[in-house]
Each structure stands twice: as C-alpha cells, then as structure tokens.
Design a protein around this ligand. Structure first.
Ligand code: 5GP
Ligand code: MN
Length: 315
C-alpha cells in the first residue's frame, strides 16, 4: 500500500489537508475524501482553504469542515490537488519545516513535497483519493462518493474533455455503485445558475470578442460589471464553456478583475490544443484543456498579451 492512512495517523499528531485558493470541485472533493479516510481510522484532521467554500459547492457533505485560518502547528501537511505551494494563497503556514505530502494530477506540478504522489495521467485528484480509500479498505459512503464524483465531474468538464477516458468512466461507475447521484450533481454543479448569474451570462456572451479569424474567443468581467449585476466572482464559473462552444473557436479566454485589481484568467481549448502552455507562459498552469493564471498591469496590455500568446497555439 502506497499511502497507509492508519500508519500516518499514528505517526503524526496534527495532520492538515490544504487545497488551492478559489477551490474547485476536485480540490474540495479530494480533501473531504481524505478527511473521511482519516476519520475512519480514528484520526481527526483539519481541512484548510484560504477562502470560504463557494456557495454552489457548499451542499456537499463535509464542506463545513474547512477552516480558512491556521490555528495550530501541524507535523504533517498534505497538499491535495495543489501542484505548487503558491497555489494555497493566503494560508499562512510554515510548511517547509513540517513533513509534507502531495496528492495531485497537474502536469505542471512542481516537486516541492517530501512525499510526492503526482499522477498527471489521472483526470482528477478525486480518483487518486478513491484509490487510496479503496487500498485502505475504507468504506465509501454515498456522501463521500458524491464528493469524489463532483471532483471527477468538474475536472473532466462534465466528462467532455479529452481526459474523460475509459478510466474516468469506470471510476464514475464505481462511485455510482457507492451511491453517487450524477443527475443531482450535474444539476447543482453544472446547470444551476444562482442569483444574477444568468444576467452575467447574457452580458458576457453579448460582448464576446473574436480574434484570429474566430479561433480565439475572449470576454472580460470588470469589477464594475460584477458589482453592477450584484454577482460574486464565483458566478463566472462555467461561462467560458459557452464561449468555447461557438463554432470554429479553438481557445476561449475569460478575464476577471479581482478585488485586488489583478486579472484572473481562465483558458479552455478544444482537443489537440494545450492551453496549459499559454497559462504557463504567464506563470500559471492547469491541464491541457483547462488552465489559468493571474496577470497584473493595464487591462488592454493584459488582453493583447493573452491573445497574442493564445494565437501561437491555434491551428
Ligand atoms: P479555472 O479556469 O477553472 O480557474 O482553472 C482551470 C484549471 O487551471 C484548474 O485545474 C486550476 O487548478 C488551474 N489554474 C487556474 N489558475 C491557476 C493559476 O494561477 N496557477 C496554476 N498553476 N494553475 C491554475
Ligand atoms: Mn484537479
């Protein structure tokens, strides 16, 4: 067994699982899966994320366990779905002086942990956690199956990216056997538009810009727009898929102005185009078909830089 939960829980006193800022279904689901695994071997661990779990995901079992601040010293820290320590955002922890483990699937994962478990061939971190739970003979309850399914579903773009492989479907099938409920998760995570999100969708799509003969689609959400429509930053999630679904579009780019005036960039692409390379050029990362980065500077410069870089990858 590669990761023995019982052994870890007796070896270390204070264990934490930390996930990346702006947490997605995979980060959240994988951490809850690990929380469940440890609790089944009698160990209470902490889950850390530098921001509140988005309201859209808060229906998932275990999301109330997350803490946004570090209140104790940990002697073992697991970075889940987090390929780089900078991705934890404002979690203030001296992780360099503790034993660390990584459970991740990002291609751009840096080798920063004492015990690396990085499998870029896996569509999601939740599948790696599923393997860990099964290896440790942990009972997977329907609640936990839903969390893991939510992560697998998010990271495969609802089973639509190239990482929606036979293995992804067989793990989805396993999770259904454990009690996951795809129709409920699909509606809550992919279909449901909270509050004024539908207005944001209308606004962004009617202002969609095209470049490179329609191969690159681009839209921008300023702070002013988000405030005017009374939507939070999480309302932007999923809108980019509409931009990518336009005929001939190969790369979709969404830029959102953050409260600190930086620009949070999301990138999506159709198969064969590795949009993570565009993100990596700007210090970000992600997956072949879904990646992101954060940029500073003037909006017009940011936009030009992104479109120029993306154009290198269109075919
Ligand atoms: P999203 O566009 O949904 O925010 O992110 C898509 C994917 O790119 C996710 O797998 C996410 O972890 C990754 N990603 C987003 N922003 C960043 C970033 O600033 N740095 C890195 N390394 N990955 C990012
Ligand atoms: Mn992931």
């Amino acid at each position: 067994m590669k990761i023995n939960l019982k052994e870890l829980s007796t070896k270390y006193d204070n264990i934490a699982v930390v996930i990346h800022t702006r947490p997605d279904g995979d980060a959240i689901g994988s951490a809850i899966g690990l929380y469940h695994g440890f609790s089944m071997v009698g160990k209470e661990i902490d889950l850390l994320c530098d921001m509140e779990i988005p309201r859209k995901m808060s229906f998932l079992y275990g999301t109330d366990k997350f803490k946004t601040t570090v209140e104790k010293k940990y002697d073992f820290v697991i970075f889940s779905d987090c390929g780089d320590p900078s991705r934890v955002g404002n979690i203030d922890m001296d992780w360099r002086s503790t034993k660390t483990m990584c459970i991740d699937h990002h291609q751009s994962s840096t080798n920063f942990c004492d015990i690396p478990n990085v499998d870029p061939s896996s569509a999601s971190t939740c599948q790696l956690v599923l393997d860990i739970l099964e290896e440790n003979q942990i009972e997977i309850t329907p609640d936990v199956a839903n969390c893991l399914y939510a992560g697998l579903m998010t990271d495969t773009g609802n089973f639509s990216h190239t990482n929606a492989t036979a293995k992804a479907f067989s793990d989805a099938s396993k999770l259904c056997n454990y009690g996951a409920c795809p129709n409920v998760l699909n509606r809550r995570i992919f279909k449901l538009m909270e509050g004024n999100k539908i207005k944001l969708l209308g606004n962004t799509m009617s202002n969609l810009k095209f470049f490179e003969d329609g191969r690159v689609a681009f839209f921008y959400m300023s702070l002013e727009l988000l405030e005017k429509l009374e939507v939070g930053s999480s309302a932007s999630e999923g809108l980019i898929d509409f931009a990518l679904s336009v005929e001939n579009v190969q790369i979709a780019i969404a830029v959102m102005q953050s409260a600190d005036k930086t620009f949070k960039v999301s990138l999506r692409s159709i198969s064969d185009i590795e949009v993570n390379r565009v993100a990596e050029h700007f210090g970000g990362g992600g997956h072949k078909q879904a990646a992101g980065c954060t940029l500073n500077g003037y909006y017009e410069d940011v936009k030009d830089k992104l479109i120029r870089q993306a154009s290198f990858y269109t075919i």
